[in-house]
Design a protein around this ligand. Structure first.
Ligand code: CDP
Ligand code: CDP
Length: 216
């Protein structure tokens, strides 16, 4: 790790606003925006396309080892290509939503993807969003946020985007898995955004980063 490169970690449950906040914080700071959830989604998408039973752990692990997951920088964020294919909006499909938490619970999948997530810091300052960024991937960063909202508000937000996503089931699996479950890191700045619009949340995050001396 390049000691001078910095990480802003943004964790939280599904549809709490992580991506929207991370996008805005990345614009303000110039840090590279990395959505770690897309890596778990891309693997799930690829396994489903290859007709792999996502409950079969060893098959999923073999599949991860057999594919090329390439990051393409597009404007200020990153796109993932699998074996040269761009999954695009399919990463957010109902099928991927239904299986991604099972794939993300596999220990070997996590250790490999966490290794790749840490490599981003070698090239840039980053804003990384996910479930275990402040707790496991970059526990040493002083810039940790946990973005929350009530299940009802999150369900409404996701519905507003279209698509089918059983948030309650995904939250349950993500919070109860043995390896790196979704937790609130002890030293995270927690924001309940249930009654806040995006501008207000971003303002709160930036004000905390300002207090910590990261931005002016
Ligand atoms: O955008 P949304 O919050 O709905 O999900 P996401 O961030 O794209 O993550 C999709 C799934 O990947 C989550 O439900 C987790 O199962 C998994 N994930 C994880 O386990 N660890 C991360 N750091 C990021 C995502
Ligand atoms: O990344 P994550 O799944 O946590 O959430 P997101 O994709 O950033 O946000 C889900 C939806 O909620 C988007 O349509 C956002 O515009 C919306 N949102 C909101 O209405 N109010 C907020 N405070 C944050 C997000």
């Amino acid at each position: 790790m390049v000691p001078s490169n910095k990480v802003i970690a943004i964790d939280g449950p599904a549809a709490s606003g992580k991506s929207s906040v991370a996008t805005r914080v990345s614009k303000k700071t110039g840090f590279l925006h990395v959505n770690s959830g897309l890596m778990y989604r891309a693997l799930t998408w690829s396994a489903l396309r290859a007709d792999i039973d996502t409950n079969n752990e060893s098959k999923v692990i073999d599949h991860l080892n057999s594919i090329e997951m390439e990051c393409i920088k597009s404007n200020d964020s990153l796109l993932l290509h699998i074996n040269g294919n761009d999954p695009g909006e399919e990463l957010k499909s109902e099928e991927v939503n239904r299986s991604v938490s099972v794939v993300a619970a596999i220990k070997e999948v996590r250790s490999e993807l966490v290794k790749r997530q840490r490599e981003y810091l070698l090239v840039s300052d980053i804003v990384m969003e996910g479930r275990d960024i402040g707790s496991v991937v970059f526990p040493e960063t002083p810039f940790k946020f946990y973005i929350d909202a009530s299940p009802e508000v999150r369900a409404l937000r996701r519905r507003g985007e279209g698509g089918v996503d059983d948030l309650i089931e995904r939250d349950k699996l993500d919070s109860s898995r043995k390896v790196s479950p979704l937790v609130i890191p002890e030293d995270a700045f927690v924001i309940d955004t249930s009654e806040m619009n995006l501008d207000e949340v971003v303002e709160k995050v930036l004000s905390e980063l300002n207090q910590k001396g990261l931005i002016t």
